[in-house]
Design a binder for this molecule. Structure first.
Ligand code: GDP
Length: 424
């Protein structure tokens, strides 16, 4: 029996979904422990290509039980739509392979409205939200002003609770933003159309996980986004509103006493960042456009072009530390095959001094990247399955990163498909 967390080391979009899909062969249960439908895990396997937003990536392996833990922002509307999409492609989703924590808080449609209204108010100072309601949702969760999934089983009390919340929320919607107020009819329709549909999947997932562990099952914890988007350790305020770090997995999964044996940090072979905020190693112009095109770097949820740059050793080393990663999976190495010389951001310069420690968020703006170049390998490596078959230049690139970030790179991904991987 062993447990493992698969987490992002950078700004998100590292390929965590692809790695979880690969690892689930050895796990019985996959648990999402934070975040909501604001990111997308793209998974390609024998069933086709899937963009998962809220569903754990283990949903695509038969026999794996998937859990949405209490730390997740459960949006009944988007979850139900996503379930329909995935089921229409031949994947069975039943209460046997999907379980939603009764202690998970529910994202109410007004959270999405609030997100949109606030981004509009911020105009050119916006944070680059995906407008899925995540920040308003978590603010309300911590103000104790949303509902728990388990409340859907107590319909009279639920309506009373929602009416109170609506009265409070309408004040902000109408008086602060000049938007239309909610009505109970609208909320009742939302309950009927979406909340009632997900009810069969809601249960005491804490008891389920504890029993599963006692009977020797292996649990994989799947994170969303990456270290640099963690609410407490990331590039605040350009973070997400939850903790993306492995340390949060026990709390957000509903199994506070669980021991996590291995933390696999996923690092992309170059850098990408969606939305606003400091991104020291950012590339611009045709160099950036070429990398974006080769890596197909457009957001899975929003389709927005991602900002791109070389791998950033300073940020990655910090990300490894924050996650307390025990092993690394490096993804998308194949994307760099077109480059003659591969840039690497090895340090930052700040106030005329070289630094290798990731700075405080407010200090990032004045940091400049130090770029060094490695020889490219200039050949297709997507069919390589053994470390020794990789070109020497590719091995040198991976080994250099490994030494710099002080964590063993055990997995090298050379394509999006399940089997396109080299195990070291
Ligand atoms: P996640 O949110 O961390 O799961 O990452 P995304 O799904 O947003 O982005 C990763 C993208 O890279 C997806 O489109 C994957 O199919 C793709 N991908 C993952 N690993 C590799 C790889 O090794 N090579 C290539 N070419 N694509 C990859």
């Amino acid at each position: 029996m062993s447990n493992c967390a698969v987490v992002g080391i950078n700004w998100g979009d590292e390929g965590k979904g692809r790695m979880v899909d690969y690892f689930t062969e050895n796990y019985d249960i996959v648990v999402r422990f934070q975040g909501g439908g604001n990111a997308g895990h793209t998974v390609i396997n024998g069933l086709g290509k899937f963009a998962l937003h809220l569903l754990p990536s283990g949903i695509l392996r038969s026999g794996v039980v998937n859990v949405l833990g209490n730390g997740v922002a459960v949006d009944p509307e988007n979850l139900w739509i996503e379930m329909q999409e995935v089921m229409s492609r031949g994947v069975a989703i039943t209460p046997d392979n999907l379980k939603i924590s009764d202690r998970a808080s529910i994202l109410i449609p007004w959270h999405r409205d609030m997100d949109e209204l606030e981004e509009m108010r911020l105009a050119d100072k916006k944070y680059g939200s995906t407008k899925q309601g995540i920040a308003p949702f978590y603010s309300d969760k911590y103000q104790k002003k949303t509902i728990l999934a388990g409340e859907l089983f107590y319909s009279e009390e639920l309506k009373e609770h929602l009416a109170d919340l609506m009265e409070w929320k309408n004040l902000t919607l109408t008086k602060v933003y000049g938007a239309k107020p909610y009505t109970m009819e609208k909320l009742e329709k939302w309950i009927e159309d979406y909340c009632d549909r997900i009810k069969p999947f809601i249960c005491d997932t804490s008891a389920f996980l504890k029993n599963a562990q006692n009977s020797g099952k292996n649990i994989l914890f799947e994170a969303q986004l990456g270290s640099l988007r963690d609410l407490d350790y990331g590039i605040y305020p350009y973070t997400t509103s939850s903790n993306t770090t492995a340390a949060y997995a026990p709390i957000g999964s509903g199994f506070p006493g669980v021991k996590i044996d291995e933390v696999i940090g996923v690092v992309k072979a170059y850098s990408t960042c969606v939305g606003e905020g400091p991104f020291v190693c950012e590339m611009f112009g045709s160099e950036a456009e070429e990398l974006r095109k080769n890596g197909f770097e457009y957001g899975a949820k929003t389709g927005r072009p991602r900002r791109v740059g070389p791998i950033d050793i300073v940020a990655t080393k910090y990300g490894v530390e924050v996650q307390a990663a025990t092993a690394i999976a490096i993804t998308k190495l194949d994307v760099l095959s077109y480059m003659d010389k591969i840039p690497v951001c090895t340090r930052y310069i700040q106030n005329d001094r070289m630094i290798d420690r990731f700075p405080f968020p407010a200090a990032l703006k004045s940091a400049k990247p130090v770029i060094e170049y490695f020889d490219g390998w200039k050949c297709d490596i997507s069919g390589v399955r053994k470390w020794e078959d990789l070109p020497k230049e590719a091995r040198e690139y991976v080994t250099f990163i490994e030494e710099q970030i002080c964590c063993p790179i055990k997995y090298v991904s050379v394509g999006p498909e399940r089997e396109s991987i080299i195990i070291r």
